[in-house]
Write a protein that binds this ligand. Structure first.
Ligand SMILES: Nc1ncnc2c1ncn2[C@@H]1O[C@H](COP(=O)(O)OP(=O)(O)OP(=O)(O)O)[C@@H](O)[C@H]1O
Ligand SMILES: [Mg+2]
Length: 344
């Protein structure tokens, strides 16, 4: 399967992104682009909305000149169940049967309604009988997978992979060979904030919460009596900067964002409890809302940890003339670049 041309597809609630890279170890950008996601898209049950989404995808695929129908797509973290579970050391075949019992404990819907998948994250290095292996358990609703497959069929795409958003962002943003630090990635989109922790290149924690840029805009619109468009502009211009407009915009965003900050705190505490001899050394932000003015400083002050904005293009050869533009929009492409990097 090496060197097959694929493209990465991230259908967000706000925007849809596509990226194609050359296969191999030193990838170059072939094509990238985004469109606003049609309003109902994957949240709708109606055939008409699904067709509208498929048409929009097909058009984007043509317009940005992606040269392959083979697609790797991300399942939204908020609509699937993922969990890192510990198991006694087992063979791959044993995991296959044991995983169902684990899933019965952790997956809050009947197992007949989900497709189970798993990935062995780490095996103990010692022969100690008490040592555990870590397995990432993923349960995706069958109706959701079917919807994706239906859209691909209509758009004439050929699916090669469906993976979770956090798996994709860790691939594009966390370069463990260079910096083997335990890293948290916080992906703030329009409607969800996904938090994950990567240790030595492996996911060890994931959590998705239902807040993001749209909620910030709504809070500004309500507090300051603005229309949505105006509130969106104010959000992008002033963000969490306390020195602008007497801090009014910041005051609106803060209580909404603090829900996410508290969730991040809990994740950090959970990790230090589980691994007392390790701790999260840095936070990488991505998603469109990572560009919010003042966000990096606000988070770094609130948590006392190094915070940076992820740049998924860092390891990719990008033509000089579009470099600036891509870097500017970088953080929102993290999922799609990670998907496109699957075959590297
Ligand atoms: N410069 C900016 N400053 C602040 N927010 C921004 C900026 N640019 C974009 N955003 C916000 O980013 C969000 C869109 O980001 P993104 O494209 O990552 O979302 P999405 O992937 O469609 O959403 P989700 O993953 O939640 O379904 C919107 O809420 C938008 O207002
Ligand atoms: Mg997203």
């Amino acid at each position: 399967m090496s060197a097959q041309n694929i493209f990465g597809l991230d259908i967000g609630s706000f925007s849809t992104k596509m990226v194609q890279l050359t296969p191999g170890n030193n990838p170059s950008l072939v094509a990238a682009g985004s469109i606003p996601t049609p309003v109902k898209a994957l949240f709708s049950e109606s055939d008409q909305d699904i067709e509208e989404l498929a048409d929009a995808l097909k058009k984007l695929h043509q317009e940005v000149r992606i040269s392959t129908p083979y697609v790797a797509a991300a399942l939204p973290e908020s609509q699937i169940f993922t969990r890192v579970v510990e198991m006694p050391p087992l063979t791959d075949a044993e995991v296959a049967s044991a995983i169902k019992w684990e899933a019965e404990q952790y997956v809050p819907v009947p197992l007949s309604e989900v497709r189970l998948d798993w990935q062995i994250l780490s095996r103990p290095l010692t022969e100690d009988k008490n040592s555990k292996m870590e397995v990432l358990l993923v349960a995706a609703p069958i109706v959701l997978i079917d919807k994706y497959l239906k859209v691909f069929k209509l758009a004439e795409f050929k699916p090669v992979a469906l993976e979770t958003e956090t798996t994709a962002v860790v691939r594009s943003l966390v370069n463990e060979e260079q910096t083997p630090l335990t890293t948290m990635v916080v992906s703030i989109g329009a409607t969800t904030t996904d938090i994950c922790i990567s240790h030595e290149g492996n996911l060890t924690f994931t959590r998705s919460i239902a807040t993001g840029g749209t909620a910030f805009t709504r809070a500004i619109a309500q507090d300051l009596g603005f229309e949505t468009d105006q509130a969106e502009e104010y959000k992008k211009t002033y963000g969490l900067d306390a020195n602008q407009l007497e801090g009014k915009v910041m005051q609106s965003i803060k209580p909404v964002f603090d829900v996410a900050v508290n969730e991040i705190r809990r994740a950090l505490a959970y990790y230090s409890n589980k691994k007392p001899d390790d701790s999260v050394k840095r936070i990488i932000l991505c998603g469109g809302t990572a560009k919010l003015p003042g966000l990096v400083v606000y988070l770094a002050n609130a948590l006392g940890i190094e915070v940076q904005i992820g740049n998924p293009w860092e390891k990719i050869n990008v033509p000089e003339k579009i470099k600036d533009k891509l870097n500017e929009e970088g953080s929102s492409y993290s999922v799609s670049v990670g998907l496109a990097m699957r075959n590297i």
